[in-house]
Design a protein around this ligand. Structure first.
Ligand code: DGL
Length: 270
């Protein structure tokens, strides 16, 4: 048994989409979340910059005595997972891409046409395609970078015409030309526009990797006998910029009142 919190992190608020799944599956667990809202988005930045930021966040979470780290960001997973695992050899560190890729490889076959949408950096890494094909080389995988989604979501532009136009701009041809039947939300911000995507493309089966990562967390904690029990600690959410948008979005995603939310500012450059 281990009641220390799990450290979750993302470039901004996207990683929050994993948290309700954690609480419904493992209600005794507590989290320390870090969203780098001052420097988001990461998805079009140089890999060296993303590594520098990820190192700072991981150092901060390690200083908070977390029992494991969860990279709730595809972009950081694609660029930094092995490096962070090497830096913290005693700490279990999970990335979001592997568990989802395994599930897709298990559940799909060669009759499916699978589309991956993600940031430029995640798509350039080719990690989803490589990991899916490593498990099942017969699968048809198509990838597309959709970089405008994250800035719009961080700005709270979600359920309106601007988002609908942006979704259609990226997906109309991608879905039609590849005859897609499955779409993988390869960025943790994208579950926030899941409903909008489903409304525009009702024929698509949507895969949300935020579910699969929770299964992997449970497996690791169970195996190491580190699941929490009778936990009276609190959940704490840190951000490098506590903007009004972030506060509104965090309440919406976690479905909790501001009075119940422990929200703290943390500038990693200080
Ligand atoms: N949530 C991050 C991801 O999963 C967004 C990356 C960004 O900041 O552009 O890739």
């Amino acid at each position: 048994m281990d009641n220390r919190p799990i450290g979750f992190f993302d470039s901004g608020l996207g990683g929050l989409t994993c948290i309700p799944n954690l609480f419904s599956r493992l209600p005794e667990e507590r989290v320390i979340y870090f969203g780098d809202t001052a420097r988001t988005p990461y998805g079009s930045k140089a890999v060296s910059t993303i590594r520098h930021y990820a190192d700072q966040i991981a150092d901060f979470l390690a200083s908070q005595d977390v029992k494991m780290m969860v990279i709730a960001c595809n972009t950081i997973t694609a660029t930094c997972l092995e490096e962070l695992q090497a830096r913290f050899p005693q700490m279990p560190i999970v990335g979001i891409i592997g568990p989802a890729a395994e599930k897709i490889a298990e559940n799909c076959d060669s009759t499916n046409n699978i589309g991956i949408i993600a940031t430029k950096v995640t798509i350039a890494s080719d990690d989803y395609n490589t990991m899916i094909k490593a498990k099942n080389p017969a699968l048809n995988v198509y990838s597309k970078a959709t970089p405008a989604f994250v800035p719009l979501i961080e700005e709270g532009i979600v359920d309106n015409d601007i988002m609908d136009l942006t979704i259609r701009h990226y997906l109309d041809d991608f879905v039609a030309e590849n005859n897609l039947d499955t779409l993988v939300l390869g960025c943790t911000h994208y579950p926030i526009i899941r409903k909008e995507i489903m409304r525009l493309y009702p024929q698509l089966k949507i895969v949300n990797p935020s579910y699969e990562i929770i299964g992997r967390i449970e497996e690791i904690l169970r195996e190491k006998d580190m699941l929490a029990a009778g936990n009276d600690r609190e959940n704490i959410f840190y951000a490098s910029d506590l903007s009004e948008n972030f506060v509104n979005m965090i309440q919406k995603i976690l479905e909790i009142e501001s009075s119940e939310l422990i929200l703290k500012f943390k500038n990693l450059d200080l």
